[in-house]
Ligand binder design. Structure first.
Ligand SMILES: [Ca+2]
Length: 163
């Protein structure tokens, strides 16, 4: 007798693939540890520098010091594929997030624009699902505020390395 040979077939089922993908944790790319940095900002307050946006701490923040709009650019060390963008701010009204995949932060295209509600100087937590948005740089523009000055406490950009 000839031994039965298993028929060739897919080595992994769709269900197993879905489980494997779900088990792959997203990476937080808006972090100095990942090699990301804020490379440009329109306000520089020694007590509340832009590094405070990426330090992972809620209590530390970047503070604006002038008129709107206020802008900062986040550079990832390489292009990434983003799933979720979160911001933790105070007194931000209109927020625009743009991206570019190119190696120079010159030409940006819109990812989303939102108007945050007035929380009377309390923290505003905003979450946007951005559906595998590829970005090497993000440009964040605070177009207007609910007060003369606003603060950015955290920026979170979760996703996967871009293939
Ligand atoms: Ca912080």
């Amino acid at each position: 007798m000839v031994d039965d040979i298993a028929p060739p077939g897919p080595s992994i089922t769709l269900g197993a693939l879905a489980m494997a993908m779900a088990a792959t944790a997203m990476t937080e790319f808006a972090s100095a540890k990942e090699g990301s940095a804020v490379i440009m900002a329109t306000s520089a307050d020694d007590n509340h520098p832009v590094e405070h946006i990426l330090d992972g701490l809620e209590e530390t923040f970047w503070a604006t010091t002038g008129l709107y709009p206020q802008v900062f650019i986040l550079a990832f060390p390489r292009a990434v594929s983003l799933s979720t963008i979160r911001t933790l701010t105070r007194n931000v009204r209109k927020l625009l997030v743009e991206r570019t995949e190119e190696s120079m932060p010159m030409k940006f295209e819109k990812v989303f624009e939102v108007e945050l509600s007035d929380r009377s100087n309390r923290l505003q937590a905003e979450v946007q699902q951005v559906n595998n948005t590829k970005a090497h740089f993000l440009r964040i523009t605070i177009k207007s505020g609910w007060d003369d000055f606003c603060t950015v406490h955290r920026l979170s950009c979760e996703g996967w390395p871009s293939s």
